[in-house]
Design a protein around this ligand. Sequence first.
Ligand SMILES: [Mn+2]
Length: 262
Amino acid sequence: MRPRIGITSWHHRDDEERWEAVLDGYSRAVLDAGGLPLILPTPHALNSAEARPEHSRRACAEPSRSGPALIEEYLEAIDGIIMTGGSDIHPSFYGQIVLERCAEIDEERDRFEVELIHAARDRDLPFFGICRGLQVLNVALGGSLYQDLSYRQGTDPLHQSPKERRGEVAHLVNIAANSRLAEIVGARQFPVTSTHHQIVRDLAPALEVSAIAPDGVIEGVEGPGRFLLAVQWHPERMVARHPEQLALFRTLVQYADRAHRR
Ligand SMILES: [Mn+2]
């Protein structure tokens, strides 16, 4: 069996219905890299108790403990995780109030993904974060964010590039020597897409910077364990024109394969 890669998903609600979805670039890249993509819906079991008004006023920095059994079942079913892009994590997770330029927030997904990160760390499950996935990883491990790039002096507005959807290059990143990322991509500098409007402020103590933009914005992080890596750009949107980006997915799948066979 191919190594099974869990892919976190986005959900959208209107008055009557709720969708669970994710851009197909993630699952295509996992398939191309030799893995089996499995989309992970945000569990409703985590949400029901939290949805009550008396709970919604509570600081959401305290993660829900109502669904750990379900998260353990998810982790039993997968060998590695891709934490995907999406909306902004609630600033209370890193001790801030919501500022004016903070965008859409999905607290259900925030709670699920923060718990998923801790449970995956307990199992040393291979983890690859993309865009929001990098930000949630940093916050879950004790770091913080700028809620909008305009709140950080000297930040290039190009990070929020309208070309993103077409997978077009927005800026370069410089890769840290001796990092796992440098080993994977075999380069010290390369061009990336960029559509994020939030950026890392304080890096979580367990993480190290592995890629940085010319204006100093953190674009890649990695940490201890079998495989813990995250990037701020969208490799799943780049693989068609920049096949070297597939190496990131291949490496995740290789480590997931070892996890699978342990
Ligand atoms: Mn960027």
